[in-house]
Design a protein around this ligand. Structure first.
Ligand code: 5GP
Length: 128
């Protein structure tokens, strides 16, 4: 069972942004930038392009809605999207508020306090 399946079930806590029948969106615990969000299909599939085509399209559509809400909630130039998965073998879309190219490079990380995570998750959810 992946760590994200445990997050979706509530076994591991997360700063939830949104959820529906098929997807779960929450803040990345080690963010590149404030507002860095992960969107995960509840079905545990390892690689993005192994997803059933319909679920893939729904994942992108759900991610788009979340990205639009992040852009309203977090000051940034735009929202970047990345799919990597080298660390957690359960499909997840990274949505990252960008100010500079380095924000999408997974090199520089920001440290946030629990209250900040809670406030950002709420601000994004409020803009959905
Ligand atoms: P990737 O698999 O795309 O290389 O990276 C996995 C991402 O998941 C990383 O950005 C990492 O910070 C995030 N991550 C890993 N474990 C947890 C966790 O337990 N909770 C949260 N919220 N994010 C996690």
């Amino acid at each position: 069972m992946s760590i994200f399946t445990k997050i979706i079930s509530g076994e591991i806590p997360s700063y939830k942004v949104a959820e529906n029948e098929k997807f779960y969106a929450f803040l990345d615990i080690n963010p590149n930038a404030k507002g860095h969000t992960l969107v995960v299909p509840k079905e545990e599939v390892n690689k993005l392009f192994d997803l059933d085509e319909e679920l893939y399209n729904e994942l992108m559509s759900f991610s788009r809605k979340i990205a639009i809400a992040i852009e309203k909630a977090v000051p940034c130039k735009r929202i970047g999207l990345s799919v990597i998965g080298l660390e957690v073998p359960h499909v997840h879309v990274h949505l990252i508020p960008l100010q500079a190219m380095e924000d999408i490079q997974f090199i520089k990380k920001v440290t946030l306090q629990p209250e900040e995570f809670e406030a950002i998750a709420k601000a994004i959810a409020d803009n959905l």
